[in-house]
Design a protein around this ligand. Structure first.
Ligand SMILES: *[C@@H]1O[C@H](CO)[C@@H](O)[C@H](O)[C@H]1NC(C)=O
Ligand SMILES: *[C@@H]1O[C@H](CO)[C@@H](O)[C@H](O)[C@H]1NC(C)=O
Length: 294
């Protein structure tokens, strides 16, 4: 293990100083969304719908800046402001890489389920949506399965982006009565291989931990090409250090997954980063508003 550990750190350090793309066009609201906390505290009245957001690995705040902040703003628009949006609490859901190998943070899923139940209890007429991106999608699957039957009756849909659930062990299906909307970058020459079901035959699977680490490193570096605002720029700057922080605990799991033929779950390629940039959140917000109104 020692030589494996030495390799990625040396490879990754130069990334911390790589310069991001100068393109900073689009600004969104903050990386925290706390409407449901406010409703539960009595300082905000119930909207007709509530949305719990489960952010992707390493995302700042409680919804992140690469996907969640944009999606929140688009949902507020699509619902005409009549929506309570909330991220799962950071203290319960660290969104680290270690929790990814177990199929998404369990404490995050419990926290999400508690939030859905508390909100459904406080707002018995509200429709509830749970949405997640990447690890957040796995946590969202767990969340809807952990909500009590009574509160579950208010949950309209699970909306996931870049979801790895087909590659993970023991993922429970979406409970009956809850709609599933599943966004995956696919049917393109560069699909998101953790979720696509339509183009898997040509994928060259890595055969060593070094190859996986090098691929993760390239994906992190490619973040710099995507960013459109200062908040995203800040996240890009922290990503290499977070990869370095989480790799030592994660490398043994990557090695095990290579042995067991499960390596595709670690193939996080640049198309997996597109969900906050390709219009899928816009589509999802409109779909959710139509479901809420139906
Ligand atoms: C988001 O909330 C966390 C605490 O959970 C806080 O540390 C952070 O400063 C907040 N960020 C913003 C942009 O408000
Ligand atoms: C990709 O193609 C498949 C099969 O035609 C289809 O079911 C799926 O919805 C397509 N995905 C996207 C994102 O358009």
């Amino acid at each position: 293990m020692i030589s494996l550990l030495a390799l990625p750190l040396a490879l990754l350090l130069p990334l911390a100083t790589s310069s991001p793309h100068p393109n900073r066009r689009t600004t969104y609201g903050p990386s925290n969304a706390t409407d449901i906390d406010a409703v539960l505290a009595g300082s905000r009245s119930c909207s007709s719908s509530g949305v719990v957001i489960v952010r992707e690995t390493w995302a700042p705040g409680n919804i992140g800046v690469l996907w969640g902040a944009r999606f929140r703003d688009e949902m507020v628009d699509a619902f005409g402001g009549d929506v309570d949006v909330q991220g799962v609490h950071r203290e319960d859901y660290p969104a680290n890489l270690e929790d990814y190998h177990i199929g998404g943070s369990d404490t995050g899923a419990d926290s999400c389920a508690r939030m859905v139940e508390a909100y459904a209890g406080k707002c018995p007429d509200a429709r509830v949506f749970v949405t997640g991106y990447s690890q957040g999608s796995l946590v969202a699957y767990k969340c809807v399965n952990r909500v009590s039957a009574a509160a579950r009756a208010q949950v309209k849909a699970l909306v996931v982006f870049g979801s790895e659930e087909r590659l993970m062990d023991d993922v429970q299906p979406v409970p009956e009565g809850i709609l599933l909307k599943d966004y995956c970058v696919e049917n393109t020459t560069a699909p998101d291989v953790v979720c696509t079901q339509t183009l898997t035959s040509g994928i060259q699977l890595p055969t060593s931990v070094g190859e996986i680490v090098s691929q993760l490193e390239q994906t992190v570096a490619s973040l710099g090409e995507l960013v459109t605002n200062e908040d995203q720029l800040k996240e890009v700057a922290t990503a290499p250090a977070l990869l370095i922080r989480d790799l030592p605990a994660t490398l043994p799991w990557i090695a095990q997954d290579i042995e067991q033929g499960k390596i595709r779950r670690w193939l996080i390629l640049p198309p997996h980063l597109m969900y906050g940039f390709n219009g899928m959140t816009t589509d999802a917000a409109a779909w959710m508003a139509s479901v809420a109104g139906s």
